[in-house]
Design a protein around this ligand. Sequence first.
Ligand code: DGT
Ligand code: CA
Ligand code: CA
Ligand code: ZN
Length: 568
Amino acid sequence: MPVQNAEIASMFDQTADLLEIKGENPFRVRAYRKAARTVEGLPQSVRSLLAAHEDLSELPGIGKDLAGKIADIVASGHFELLDQLKKKMPGELGEMASLPGLGPKRIKLLYDEVKVRTLDDLKRAIQKGKLHGLHGFGPVVEKKLAAALEKPVAEKRFKLAVAEAEAEALVAFLRDKGRVVVAGSYRRRRDTVGDLDILVTSKHGAAVGDKLVGYDSVAEVLAQGPTRTTVVLRSGIQVDLRAVPDASYGAALMYFTGSKAHNIALRNIANDHKWKLNEYGLFSGKRRIAGATEEEIYKKLGLAYIPPEMREDRGEVALALKGELPRLVTVDDIRGDLHVHSDWTDGTASIAEMAAAAQARGYAYMALTDHSRRQTMSHGLDPAKVARQIREVDKLNAKLKNFTVLKGIEVDILKDGKLDLPDKTLEQLDVVVASVHSFFDLPPEAQTERIIRAMRNPYVSIIGHPTGRLIGEREPYAVDMDRVTSAARELNCCLEINGQPERLDLNDIHAHMAKSKGVKIAVSTDAHATSSFAYIRYGIDQARRGWLTADEVINTRRLPELRKLLKR
Ligand code: DGT
Ligand code: CA
Ligand code: CA
Ligand code: ZN
């Protein structure tokens, strides 16, 4: 039974919600949430890792116990603990957790005192005034809840890495039916994906649809027709499959890749020529003048080929008309990683193991940037430990050939913008990544000043995950990125695009803002395990969506040049 990573993650999230509602030990709750993030972000399916006899307990946040549970889930398709919890606490308690003002504590209260188990129960309870007098439920909370219950459920979006695991498995499954490609926001590499739009070149659309409907992970079939089939997978993600003939493959790919706004801009150009552009091709009257490939359509329209990541109608069409599109950075341009953790703090591998994995990717360098002392949970380094680590790195570098471990730190930015380590420690390092890991709720002015103040420290090379967002979990902190990017330019400090699947921070818009001001960017993985170097791909996706060229990304440079750029 093919259990996808996203399903396992969703099982762990539900378990965490229910355990929390039950009032279980918060450490246990957190462990399940952490494991969910790890599983969801893996560059490979858990199933294939198990098949290759990989030790899952070496992954961040997954101990022996959880590794065993994951293996059980893959074998049985069920998570026993979750099944038990659901039996004990039936209803929609998990769904209720997404309502405003309703945390596990209040849900437990509703459950115990008012017997609320479903969203409908809750609606009725509010109508009948049963929440009056319940501890913590004032009229304001009640009003908010009533309003939220009236609203249609917000469209759920999936992190790109989660969608990718589903998409890749599905493409492999459908491959024998024709040429298969995933279009839509997925192909544009948006940080989140609403649904998967899959095209298959085939004259037998019905047969392709039949095959999809027979896929193991299908939970529900929404529509099935001769050229289009729509299903929902067990992870909740919707799949729109379309069968298209070869002659209009390019036109269909272009149309369903979108974005809608980009399509409209192209259609307007076609109209100027008195042509018609749709998902079947580019037509002059009834005659198809292009359609088999995207390239020939762009060419006929007088445009340079526009990479999918740029197709957002943010000025790319005008540039393509002039033949002035930027040459976007690729994964192959990357020569090293500038944000890497080891088992000295919360990483899972030794410095030497991380270095070996980076070198195996073809890199020439990596910056070792473990946490600073304020991160007590992660065993952050104090000045004495930094000094010891420096000696260890010197020893390792003496042994390594064609590879350099740069000495570094990910230093916490304190509440007032000072750093968590003294300058005399920082001055001994090659790379200082400065990050906010606390006081996420400061007002905008204070948060912005705090980060700019950190950049004023001349030893800081890069601001790590500059907005602090965790996709779907934590909003970016209130920070004025216009001011931060301007200050970065003025102070000659780099900003990071962090490739962790739940971060992707800077996002595309902010990366483009930084680029347009001349700020240099580091695309890094924040790897806590050897397998996480693969996250570079997601960082590069967002860099490309921000129109970055190799020249604007500092870790495309050879080491001597990089060292010059890092000096301030
Ligand atoms: P998503 O799924 O919300 O992450 O975003 P997309 O961009 O994948 O949007 P989706 O799945 O609704 O549609 C896929 C593509 O199909 C979209 O990017 C452009 C094209 N498309 C959909 N509806 C229209 C439309 O009304 N007009 C035009 N020109 N194109 C459309
Ligand atoms: Ca889509
Ligand atoms: Ca769609
Ligand atoms: Zn960090």
